[in-house]
Design a protein around this ligand. Sequence first.
Ligand code: SF4
Length: 325
Amino acid sequence: MCYDNKKIKVPQNTATLIRKGNNMKPAIREINAKSIITKSNLPVGDYCANPYTGCTHACKYCYAEFMKRFTNHMEPWGKFLDVKQWPVIRHPEKYNGKAIFIGSVTDPYNPQEETYQRTRALLEQLKGSNATISIATKSDLVLRDLNLIKTFSNIRISWSINTLDENFHQDMDNAVSIDRRLKAMKIFHDEGIPTACFISPIFPGITTVKDIILRARNHCNWIWLENLNLRGKYKAVIMDYIEEKYPDLFPLYQEIYTHKNRSYWEAMDNDVRRFASELGLEYVTNDDSMERDFDAPPVIVNYFYHEQIKKSARKEALQCLNYQK
Ligand code: SF4
């Protein structure tokens, strides 16, 4: 299933305008979706599920931002959210043995989830399936669903953390503090639920990868690394930001993102590999496996320039719009 911009329409009769956005509040509306779970091309899952379209975390580097033009929204990315209603999943057992990734193009625990509870509804509807479920977030609202999540036998929660510097974090997104993400990770891990720390996107010269590894390593089973990719509209946004806030780093960013020089990433790959070895941690490349002994120390997985993810991400984003016709 692949959509093009002519085929996707937000039907006016089913879209309910709940609150119109202004400078302070995002525009939020409810929409009907044909289904909540769609086939996925990403290596992380057979299916993806995004209970919302849009994302109020509004990360400056969000690759899903291009989806905006398919939604009829005039607001900028981060200033609108479509709350999906979908036909209830009657037979969750049909996903037995399959992998479902929740949150490939939205944060399923954005602040509005507190009110609309669509991610919670999705998990309730999946109860009874033996699917392998991955949830990706930058929030600690997921703690609300801890008891529900514990009822799944094969589930993993990941938090994206790309800095320990709260000022940089606040420049980049509206999500909760890094401290709150790390605390949530610890609580889940202490409860015996597999967790991952997704160090992404790594900003050259800014993201202190080794410090984040040290903070997270006792509270997670996987540490994923992904480099910052710059393409589309947000390339200029990020380059302007670096030039203004980190002028000393600007030549490095030009080297990487204008001249396509990969030597920074190759050096980081070697550096983190050595660091992992010093810490006694396994270090692998492009390994998407969910198989992991819970009590083993975390494995560090390098996804720099993960070609399959790059190819699939855009198609994936369009599939997950999945509006009701
Ligand atoms: S949390 Fe993810 S989907 Fe949401 S704006 Fe940030 S990068 Fe985009």
